[in-house]
Design a protein around this ligand. Structure first.
Ligand SMILES: [Ca+2]
Length: 428
């Protein structure tokens, strides 16, 4: 009636999954009849009628968070009431609002203190003592409940402006909001958390041409599961989301290139906004570039060899210029550089083109390694960003799982693209 169902995808899913549990036990105030002689009963359905004329309304606040609204049929606003919301426990940042249907206005009725106890606007009442009618009416309801929180509440109901008092208390209702779903877009591969040895001790000569930049080898723990694009972002995907295609080569399934680090991040930001609006992202998750550690962990997919296909990289394994292992060129040219994503075999995680095709931007900055074991390393600042995996234009040494490229973030190249991960939020 006064809120759009289309704004409630996450909540609708939560309710449909049976997350609501009703509690009428002694931890709540007793149910009493309202002035029409009927009990006011809270139910766990979004937007459903509660009693004769109360609605428990739920809507979405800021992305990834949920909000409650209590609606009644008060004929007027601004009437002092007593015995309002009872047995109410929430979070320290949440507020409770009610909606005056006649006036079409939201009224703030109070908030929760740091202990989760409901307070009226004056901060003088708490559980069991009701709320005051507010002096100001918010232009929009800024209520937020964090996913995963459990709220217990009971509502007061007034049939008419004069029907005040303790006769209209509902039963108690306990509601747990499950974590908002994380629904990856198509083509994202689940990468399990785990540990691996990052870097390489390969010798400086052929065929690997190892360098000190990949040393010392050190243990890295990726502490949380994440998702990674099974292939580099294609030109079709980039065009559809960003409305442009800066690539030097042309083809819908070719990887997008000639994007600098900021372009790549802007794509991820737009994808995050799109999926958040669709209710597919939980709080704390975003689409972004992978960290360098996430990238190498995903590239290796459990392997410890120089490449995720073994110790050698041959022309049949990936898109790159020439192989030190067969001592031959791979038939790539300046006019036929990149190739459709997924043209070669995937690694054990199901990821394509981690070796070759286009270099891939990482989120973090370039810095030397330390010897100590680290968890979720992430380097910020500095003038250069990490690029990984080699490209159509390079030879096999650059395609190694541990090889580290370093590039200025504002410098696009037709050898350089990216892929996205869906992972915990990181801010460079
Ligand atoms: Ca690549």
């Amino acid at each position: 009636m006064f809120r759009s169902k289309s704004t409630l995808p996450a909540l609708a899913l939560a309710l449909a999954s049976g997350a609501i549990a009703q509690n009428t036990g002694t931890s709540f105030c007793n149910v009493t009849n309202n002035s029409t002689g009927m009990p006011t009963t809270l139910t766990g359905s979004s937007g459903s009628g509660v009693g004769s004329d109360l609605h428990l309304e739920v809507t979405q606040g800021v992305p990834g968070e949920l909000a409650y609204f209590l609606a009644g049929n008060e004929a007027t606003s601004g009437v002092t009431v007593s015995n309002g919301v009872l047995c109410l426990v929430g979070t320290g940042t949440a507020q409770m609002f009610r909606y005056n249907i006649a006036a079409g206005l939201w009224d703030s009725v109070g908030h929760f203190d740091s202990l989760g106890v409901f307070q009226n606007l004056a901060g003088t009442s708490s559980t069991g003592s009701g709320f005051d009618v507010p002096d100001t009416i918010p232009s929009s309801p800024p209520i937020m409940i964090m996913s995963g929180a459990t709220w217990h509440f009971q509502v007061w109901h007034r049939d008419t402006p004069s029907a005040q008092g303790a006769s209209n208390f509902s039963n108690g209702l306990s509601v747990t909001f499950p974590l908002a779903p994380v629904v990856p877009i198509a083509g994202m591969v689940s990468i399990p958390a785990g540990s691996f040895d990052m870097g390489s001790n390969a010798a400086s000569g052929a065929p690997y041409y190892g360098s000190s930049a990949t040393q010392p080898v050190h243990n890295v723990t990726i502490s949380q599961d994440f998702w990674m694009g099974e292939h580099e972002v294609t030109q079709a995907e980039y065009q559809a989301l960003m409305g442009s295609n800066p690539s030097y080569f042309s083809g819908p399934n070719l990887p997008v290139e000639a994007v600098d680090w900021n372009d790549a991040r802007a794509y991820c930001t737009a994808l995050t906004a799109q999926e958040m609006a669709a209710g597919n992202l939980a709080t704390g998750y975003e689409y972004r570039l992978p960290t360098e550690a996430e990238w190498e962990y995903a590239c290796r997919a459990g392997t410890t060899t120089e490449f995720n296909v073994g110790s050698d990289l041959f022309c049949a394994d990936a898109r790159f210029w020439s192989s030190y292992h067969s001592n031959s060129g791979c038939g790539v040219s300046n006019s036929a550089g990149t190739i459709d994503v997924g043209s070669y075999s995937a690694n054990a995680f199901g990821l394509y083109d981690m070796h070759g095709n286009v270099w891939e931007w990482c989120l973090d900055s370039y810095a030397g390694y330390g010897a100590a074991a680290v968890t979720d390393p992430f380097v910020t600042g500095g003038s250069h960003r990490v690029i990984r995996g080699g490209s159509w234009y390079g030879n096999s040494r650059y395609c190694r799982s541990a090889y580290r490229g370093s590039y200025r973030p504002v410098k696009p190249s037709h050898t350089l693209g990216f892929r996205a991960v869906l992972a915990p939020v990181l801010v460079p």
